[in-house]
Design a binder for this molecule. Structure first.
Ligand code: PDD
Length: 280
């Protein structure tokens, strides 16, 4: 695989960053995951806009322009011949060679830019056919989930709790209400209405969420943007999640309670179909 590091396209074995990079020492960095369908990037503009916002919120600057980032994405997809999968892009604050809680001077310390591709079947997946089983776990992440930082230890632990419990993924719960999934936005459907948490600093503003809600509105579906509880989720007709890496993923059970007949629901299936058709 060819990867990109700070201006260079290299074989992955030759790509290196400093052990002092603040991404490594402080999780001081941001990232984006953009999916690839038929060799083309899905909604790069949305990901670039969110990246710029994440960078601004952390007082960081991209070492290259958004246009250059798009070119690097395309170049990597082409070089690796990816038809379906993802491009991972990460910008960390770099380092001036010491470990210090104080940010290094941006005039003398350049951020590190790293990109790589991952080939992966995204459309015809067994997970989408079967749907995901979800457990709920407490949301103990920091309060700025709207910034897409590389601090992913707790989401990773939550996913492991789900796996140990025999489930596929976890939904995070704060003050009795679902915030989002470990790496996706969460939705329930009740009496034909789609319910998903409203945007705030409590959740990541999903690029897939924006697109899916737009398509749902265009299809005359009813949408309510508000927090919902796990009890509501357990009593829902169906549920699903959205993310760049799984598009619209049906959810078939929540904390052991089966939703509907235990198969992916009609709203989730329809939105998944619409999303994939519109994005390719
Ligand atoms: N995760 N919420 C969280 C906490 C996420 O990490 C993600 C994405 C989303 C969905 O956002 P989007 O639709 O823009 O992908 C919501 C990516 C895919 C990841 O970490 O792999």
């Amino acid at each position: 695989r060819t990867v990109y590091v700070n201006g260079n396209y290299l074989p992955e074995e030759e790509a290196t960053v400093s052990i002092f990079d603040r991404g490594f020492l402080f999780a001081d960095g941001v990232y984006e995951v953009t999916s690839i369908l038929d060799g083309k990037l899905v909604d790069f503009a949305g990901h670039a806009a969110r990246l710029e916002r994440s960078l601004t919120e952390l007082d960081m600057q991209s070492p290259v322009s958004m246009e250059a980032l798009l070119d690097i994405h395309r170049e990597l997809v082409a070089r690796n011949g990816i038809e379906q999968g993802m491009v991972y892009m990460q910008i960390t604050r770099g380092s001036d060679g010491d470990r210090d809680f104080v940010f290094p001077d941006p005039e003398t310390t350049k951020p590190s830019l790293v990109l790589f591709t991952q080939a992966k079947e995204l459309v015809d997946t067994e997970a989408a056919q079967k749907g995901n089983r979800i457990i709920s776990v407490e949301d103990i992440r920091w309060g700025r989930r709207d910034i897409k930082t590389v601090q992913l230890l707790y989401p990773s632990m939550a996913k492991m709790m789900a796996r140990k419990a025999g489930a596929d993924d976890a939904w995070l719960v704060q003050d009795g209400f679902v915030t989002e999934g470990t790496s996706n936005n969460a939705y329930i459907v009740k009496d034909g209405k789609i319910i998903t948490r409203n945007l705030s600093s409590d959740i990541l503003h999903g690029i897939t969420r924006t697109a899916v809600l737009k398509f749902a509105r265009e299809a005359q579906m009813k949408i309510e943007e508000r927090p919902f509880t796990i009890d509501e989720a357990k009593a829902a007709d169906e549920a699903f999640t959205t993310s760049a890496s799984a598009f619209v993923m049906p959810v078939v059970s929540v904390d052991g309670a089966t939703l509907g007949d235990g198969a992916p629901g009609p709203v989730a299936r329809r939105l998944r179909e619409i999303y994939i058709a519109e994005m390719r």
